[in-house]
Design a protein around this ligand. Structure first.
Ligand SMILES: [Zn+2]
Length: 138
């Protein structure tokens, strides 16, 4: 029995070092992945409450599979720089969605994002980068 226990322990060590080696140089997980997985699982749960043979259920199941596969591909990706940039863009977008006190515009000339306070009516915005002036409703 004890030899089986030590065999099991060795197997555990083998699997964990094998997995660590497999994950070497790969991206792993991040906040964007957590969201992708969350939405994927959410779609799957909603699908369970829909009639078994329905178009909506089929669509939700397909979406959840695509999201789960996408999250997996990102986790095992070797292009860590690209994955990092994706996550950074996502976090920026998340911040903007959460920000209820400002509106975000893009400068029509240099594409620089510009943040202005919300609810001030029509205002003239001066781009901080290229000094281009444009009027927007905030
Ligand atoms: Zn500009």
């Amino acid at each position: 029995m004890s030899s089986f226990g030590s065999w099991l322990r060795q197997l555990g060590v083998k699997i964990s070092t094998g997995f660590r080696r497999f994950m070497e140089g790969r991206y792993g997980t991040d906040k964007l992945n957590t969201w992708i997985l969350g939405v994927g699982v959410g779609a799957c749960v909603i699908a369970m409450f829909l009639p078994a043979v329905s178009f909506a259920r089929l669509v939700l199941v397909v979406i959840s599979y695509i999201l789960l596969i996408w999250a997996m591909l990102r986790t095992f990706s070797r292009n860590t720089y690209k994955r990092y940039q994706e996550n950074r863009k996502f976090l920026l977008l998340l911040d903007r969605v959460k920000d209820r006190e400002h509106r975000y515009f893009t400068c029509p000339r240099c594409r620089q994002p510009v943040r202005v306070p919300k609810g001030k009516g029509k205002i003239a915005i001066t781009c901080p980068k290229c000094r281009e002036k444009f009027v927007k409703k905030s």
